[in-house]
Design a binder for this molecule. Structure first.
Ligand SMILES: CC(C)(COP(=O)(O)OP(=O)(O)OC[C@H]1O[C@@H](n2cnc3c(N)ncnc32)[C@H](O)[C@@H]1OP(=O)(O)O)[C@@H](O)C(=O)NCCC(=O)NCCS
Length: 148
């Protein structure tokens, strides 16, 4: 089945959110509300992509750059379209664009129980860090405990 990759626009939001909601392994929080995603896209132009099959959005990759490191979020491919290279292509597109603007390393967060995604990431060259823990601080803006 064919697919094309293009930059994500806020107009894609409804389809994108629906995809995230039906993708086990994607954690959603207030950071995924429309306004927050719009802000993320503004901060990170040309780092976030969707894969499309016709008018249907079948995959997403969000990448953020803070000027030092990149962070990959919400890599997801619709179940019906998995194992065709779409996840890898989306991820690689974000990483290529990150590299072009000076990013030399990218990090990502995966839930412990998401063994399938961990296998995918190992298969695609990501290295499991055993020397660091993720710590988070809620800045009182209403984010849920445990959300990423
Ligand atoms: C993880 C995910 C994005 C992979 O997308 P995909 O389009 O199926 O992956 P690809 O077809 O590009 O696979 C790329 C490579 O990884 C391998 N791979 C894919 N899924 C795998 C899995 N579950 N276990 C092991 N290897 C896997 C493929 O075989 C392929 O290897 P190859 O190049 O040697 O053939 C998809 O499974 C998904 O959306 N999962 C649910 C959401 C999720 O958990 N996202 C991660 C959040 S951190």
């Amino acid at each position: 089945m064919g697919f094309e990759i293009r930059s994500m626009h806020i107009e894609d939001y409804d389809q994108v959110l629906a995809l995230w909601k039906r993708s086990k392994g994607i954690g959603l929080s207030s950071a995924d509300e429309r306004e927050s995603i719009q802000s993320f896209l503004r901060y990170n132009p040309n780092l976030c992509f969707v894969a499309r099959n016709g008018e249907l959005i079948i995959g997403t990759a969000l990448c953020g750059f803070d000027g030092r490191r990149g962070y990959l979020y919400h890599l997801a491919v619709d179940e019906a379209f998995r194992c065709q290279g779409i996840g890898n292509a989306l991820m690689q597109r974000s990483l290529d664009e990150l590299h072009k603007i000076g990013g030399q390393k990218c990090h990502l967060l995966v839930y412990f129980e998401n063994e399938s995604a961990q296998s995918f990431y190992k298969q695609t060259g990501w290295v499991l860090r055993t020397d660091i823990l993720v710590m988070s601080k809620d800045l009182g803006c209403g984010s849920e405990p445990g959300s990423c």
